[in-house]
Design a protein around this ligand. Structure first.
Ligand SMILES: CCCCCCC[C@@H](O)CC(=O)SCCNC(=O)CCNC(=O)[C@H](O)C(C)(C)COP(=O)(O)OP(=O)(O)OC[C@H]1O[C@@H](n2cnc3c(N)ncnc32)[C@H](O)[C@@H]1OP(=O)(O)O
Length: 307
């Protein structure tokens, strides 16, 4: 069904009550590789017992990596139809919202940004309000921008923008939207970090909420045009933020003000991410590539602004 941008943009925002506890935070951290010893650490050191790393895994010392905001709630205006449960097979899932009815196999995560208004507590309840903020017509594809705002009794917690790239759904006559690309600094990176992605990373990550079969079911992945399931974009997003916070911000999660990226290429579980990072005044710019595929782009236009 063609996208009706006017209808989508004028739809009422949807509010949901969300809640999380330390177990959700720990599971999310494990889903993005916490507890795994990074290759650049000195021989003999172990992430399973390192005091800094235990802040991601042990409830008595727990802090929350800000990218947890992307899994803390499910306040999307989309209803994810699960036709598998209705006996329709993995072929027929979709995303529906007023003015939007798209096939799940055509959906890729295009980009993500979050703004933290204050640190995310390890235990919380909040109201998350989500609306469709923009719908762009890229000719061969549509880009849908979801804006979510979460607040608790003490005020705003975070604002996030999710950009969804829908293959084959362009041509509905909408605005083309922005096409900004961020150049990399013209100098060697200040840090280069390798982050191996476990073979079962997507299977673990999906337990934090995104059960899209694209990341787990080989038959569905084939329908979407992939040889095998691909990693969640938000898993690469979390792995990268953790690497940057641990290495450049002394593990201090509360220093992150904003974090944004564009998903420039897929990752297959079992591959290694190469994270290159440049320190700038009050910000870090990064680029992420897949080592085993000649450094094919994974994350582009990636910036962390920090205190
Ligand atoms: C309910 C909540 C729903 C949440 C949805 C998410 C659910 C998740 O489970 C799904 C996932 O995690 S999928 C995995 C993560 N994402 C990916 O792996 C995508 C990787 N990127 C690609 O494959 C290509 O860059 C690709 C395919 C994205 C684009 O490549 P091309 O087709 O070659 O595009 P190109 O010709 O370069 O550009 C065409 C126009 O599109 C714009 N554009 C490109 N990449 C974009 C991106 N990532 N996000 C937004 N816009 C993008 C370009 O700017 C261009 O437009 P213009 O000509 O106006 O500049």
């Amino acid at each position: 069904m063609p996208i009706d941008a006017d209808k989508a943009l004028s739809a009422e925002p949807r509010s949901t009550e969300i809640a999380w506890d330390p177990k959700d935070v720990q599971l999310y951290h494990l889903g993005i590789g916490a507890g795994t010893t990074p290759p650049e650490w000195p021989a003999g050191s172990s992430a399973a017992t390192d005091p800094g790393e235990l802040r991601y895994t042990l409830e008595s010392r727990l802090h929350t990596l800000p990218s947890f905001a992307t899994v803390a709630g499910s306040g999307s205006p989309f209803t994810q139809r699960n036709r598998e449960a209705e006996g329709g097979g993995a072929t027929a899932g979709g995303l529906s919202a007023p003015g939007i009815e798209v096939d799940l196999a055509a959906v890729l995560h295009g980009g993500q940004s979050i703004t933290l208004h204050r640190p995310i507590p390890v235990h919380g309840t909040a109201t998350q309000t989500t609306r469709i903020a923009a719908v762009y017509d890229k000719g061969k594809a549509a880009v849908i921008v979801l804006r979510s705002e979460a607040a608790d009794a003490d005020g705003p917690l975070w604002t996030s923008d999710t950009r969804i790239f829908v293959k084959g759904e362009g041509g509905f006559g909408g605005e083309r939207g922005p096409s900004h690309r961020l150049e990399l600094p013209d100098r060697a990176p200040d840090h280069t970090l390798l982050r191996p992605v476990r073979e079962d990373q997507a299977l673990l990550y999906r337990l934090s909420g995104d059960r899209n079969p694209l990341h787990a079911d080989p038959e569905f992945a084939a329908l979407a045009g992939f040889d095998r399931p691909i990693l969640h974009g938000l898993c690469s997003y979390g792995i990268t933020l953790k690497a940057l916070v641990d290495t450049l911000l002394n593990g201090e999660v509360a220093r992150v003000r904003t974090y944004s990226t564009r998903f420039a290429g897929v990752v297959f579980p079992g591959e290694t991410l190469r994270v290159r990072a440049w320190r700038q005044r009050g910000r870090i710019q990064a680029a992420v590539t897949a080592v085993e595929r000649e450094d094919a782009p994974v994350l582009a236009d990636t910036v962390v602004e920090h205190h």
